[in-house]
Design a protein around this ligand. Sequence first.
Ligand SMILES: [Zn+2]
Length: 150
Amino acid sequence: MADTKHCSYCAEEIRAEATRCPYCRSRLAGFEIDGWHRGHDDAKLAGVASAVAHALSLPVGAVRLGFVLLSLVHLVGAMVYGSLWLIVPPRLGEASVLQDMLARGAEWARWLAGGGSGAPPASGSPGDRATSGGVSGLDGSVINGGDGER
Ligand SMILES: [Zn+2]
């Protein structure tokens, strides 16, 4: 008795834990990780509203409108949008911007923990260090100096 609810689309009685109605196959409440990325076809700006809409099975227009309305209130919507942009991966299964930054930060932390020996992980290393030579375990591209790939 207590373990059932009514589908909000077709009003059939279904299991309370159901995330998809067995009668009309409508998606019910719940977080769909498959939609949690910014690579949807209906993405407009950075695809954040589209990601939220797909993940929560909401109409993308409503989510977008929500961000706009929230932005009118002390730019809350813009801040939420920006934060989500950091968190939502660009494509399904890819690292988000935040994960990317954390990974890069971890590389720097490892470099600093090693006493700064060797070349720093990112390009743009100080020239004197790169040209000092005699650093083991480096490939040529790093020794070339800072004006490489970025
Ligand atoms: Zn239904």
